[in-house]
Ligand binder design. Structure first.
Ligand code: ADP
Ligand code: ASP
Ligand code: MG
Length: 415
C-alpha cells in the first residue's frame, strides 16, 4: 500500500465528463488499496477568465483581492470533483489551501510555501478518506489572508504535499504523455523522454516548458520527490523526473524549449561610465521585476547600447521606470519590443561537447532567423528572436540536434 499524490491539470478537469473520468481513474488507485491525495487545478480557461474579469473591473487590480478571486477557480473544481467521487462511493473530502494548512509568505500572486501542517490531511487519510486539495493556493501564516502561488502553481502544491507527506510518488496528470524533447504541440515529431534529470527539467521549465512548474521541480529536487509526469487520457507510462537520468552520450542536447513571455527593452547611447548600469537597474529590481538577459554593446565614442529582457507582464512598468533614469543619466532613446521569443537548447551532455553553440547559430541562420541576443550557461543556450519565427526555430533546432522520433523501419526495409 502506497501513499500517492496525484495532480490533475486544467484540461484534465476541463468539463463535467472529464471530472467524472478523473474520479473513475482515482477510484482505480483506491481499489488497489493505496492512500491518495488528489490536487486539482481550475477547469481549463477559468483562471484566465477570472483574470480578464478583474482587469475589466480595475486597470491595476489589488493583489490581495485578485488572489481571493483567482482561488475560486480551484474551489469550483475540488467541490465538483468530490461530488463526482461521492457518487462513485468514494468518501472524498475537499480542502482549500487554508484548510489543508498550506502556509505561505505574503507575496500575493507568487507566494512561496513555507510549511505544510499535515495533521488534518493525515487524520482524514487515517479515517479512510480521499483528500482532495485545491491547487495553486495557500494562506499567509501571519494574517490568514489567502494567497496564490503563481501561474501553473498547482504542480507546486502537489510536489510540496508529496514532500510533506513523504508520499511514495507524485503523479502529475496532464494533457500530454510526459516530458518530451520539445513541446509536442509545436513539433509532432517530439520524442517522449523515459527519464529526465532534475537539473535538466529545472532548466527546461525555467526556459518555458510549462509541462512542470519550475518551483515544483526545485522542490522535488530539494526533497527527492519522485515525480511521474503522465497523461490523464491514456494508461501509458510517462516520464520519471529523477536525480540522475541515464544520459545518452551521443546526444549533446536533450531538449528544445521556447517562451513568448518576455519583452525586450533597449536603452540607446548610454554614457559608458561606472555606476550607470546600476542606476538603470536599481528601480527595476526595487520594483521586484526580474531581469533575464542583459547585453551591453562595446562602446563607441564613450556611448553604448544596453539591451535587457523582462517578463512581458512587467514590461509596461519596467519601461515607465527606466524612462526617467535614462533621461537623468543622459542616455538616448528607450525602445521596447514585445514581439520577441526566447528559444533555448538544453542538455547536460553539452558540458562535454564543443561546437553546440555554433550549430545552433548556423541552424537559425539557415532558416534566415536573426538572433537578437544570446545567453549561455553550462547546460543551455538561449537566443532571443522575432516571435513570428518561434515555431520554425523550435522545429529546425529539434531536427538539427537529432531529437526527432526515431522512425520505425518500414516493412520494405526489413524485407
Ligand atoms: P496542465 O494544465 O495539465 O498543468 P500545462 O498546459 O500547464 O498543463 O502543461 C502541459 C503543456 O505543456 C502541454 O500541453 C504542452 O503543450 C506544453 N509543453 C511545453 N513543453 C513541453 C515539453 N517539453 N514536454 C511536454 N509538454 C510540453
Ligand atoms: N489554475 C492555475 C493557473 O491556471 C494554476 C494551475 O493550473 O496550475 O495558472
Ligand atoms: Mg500546468
Amino acid at each position: 500500500m502506497a501513499l500517492i499524490v496525484q495532480k490533475y491539470g486544467g484540461t484534465s478537469v476541463g468539463d463535467i465528463e472529464r471530472i467524472k473520468n478523473v474520479a473513475v481513474r482515482v477510484k482505480r488507485g483506491l481499489d488497489q488499496g493505496h492512500r491518495m491525495v488528489v490536487v486539482l487545478s481550475a477547469m481549463a480557461g477559468v483562471t484566465n477568465s477570472l483574470i480578464a474579469l478583474a482587469q475589466q473591473m480595475s486597470p491595476d487590480p489589488d493583489p490581495r483581492e485578485l488572489d481571493v478571486l483567482l482561488t475560486t477557480g480551484e474551489q469550483q473544481s475540488v467541490a465538483l470533483f468530490c461530488m463526482a467521487a461521492r457518487d462513485l462511493g468514494i468518501p472524498a473530502r475537499s480542502l482549500l489551501g487554508f484548510q489543508a494548512a498550506i502556509l505561505t509568505d505574503r507575496v500575493f500572486g507568487r507566494a512561496r510555501i513555507n510549511y505544510i501542517e499535515t495533521r488534518r490531511i493525515l487524520e482524514l487519510l487515517d479515517k479512510g478518506r480521499l483528500v482532495v486539495v485545491a491547487g495553486f493556493q495557500g494562506v499567509d501564516e501571519d494574517t490568514g489572508d489567502i494567497t496564490t502561488l503563481g501561474r501553473g502553481g498547482s504542480d507546486t502544491t502537489a510536489v510540496a504535499l508529496a514532500a510533506a507527506l513523504r508520499a511514495d510518488v507524485c503523479e502529475i496528470y496532464t494533457d500530454v504523455e510526459g516530458v518530451f524533447t520539445t513541446d509536442p504541440n509545436v513539433e509532432p515529431k517530439a520524442r517522449k523522454l523515459k527519464q529526465v534529470a532534475y537539473e535538466e527539467m529545472l532548466e527546461m521549465a525555467s526556459l518555458g516548458a510549462k509541462v512542470l512548474d519550475i518551483r515544483s521541480v526545485a522542490l522535488a529536487a530539494k526533497f527527492g520527490v519522485k515525480v511521474h509526469v503522465r497523461s490523464t487520457f491514456s494508461d501509458r507510462e510517462g516520464t520519471m523526473v529523477v536525480p540522475e537520468a541515464h544520459i545518452d552520450e551521443k546526444l549533446m542536447v536533450s531538449g528544445v524549449a521556447y517562451t513568448k513571455n518576455e519583452a525586450r527593452i533597449k536603452v540607446l547611447d548610454v554614457p559608458d561610465q561606472p555606476g550607470v548600469a546600476s542606476r538603470l537597474f536599481a528601480p527595476i529590481s526595487q520594483a521586484g521585476i526580474v531581469v533575464d538577459v542583459i547585453i551591453q554593446n562595446t562602446s563607441a565614442d564613450g556611448h553604448t547600447d544596453l539591451t535587457f529582457t523582462v517578463p512581458r507582464t512587467d514590461f509596461k512598468r519596467a519601461l515607465e521606470l527606466v524612462g526617467p533614469v535614462a533621461a537623468e543619466i543622459g542616455a538616448g532613446q528607450v525602445e521596447g519590443d514585445t514581439n520577441i521569443a526566447k528559444v533555448s537548447i538544453i542538455g547536460i551532455g553539452m558540458r562535454n561537447h564543443a561546437g553546440v553553440a555554433a550549430k545552433m547559430f548556423s541552424t537559425l541562420a539557415r532558416e534566415n532567423i536573426n538572433i537578437q541576443t544570446i545567453n549561455t550557461s553550462e547546460i543551455k543556450i538561449s537566443c532571443i528572436i522575432d516571435e513570428k519565427y518561434t515555431e520554425l526555430a523550435v522545429r529546425a533546432l529539434h531536427e538539427a540536434f537529432g531529437l526527432a522520433e526515431e522512425v520505425e523501419p518500414s516493412r520494405e526495409d526489413l524485407a
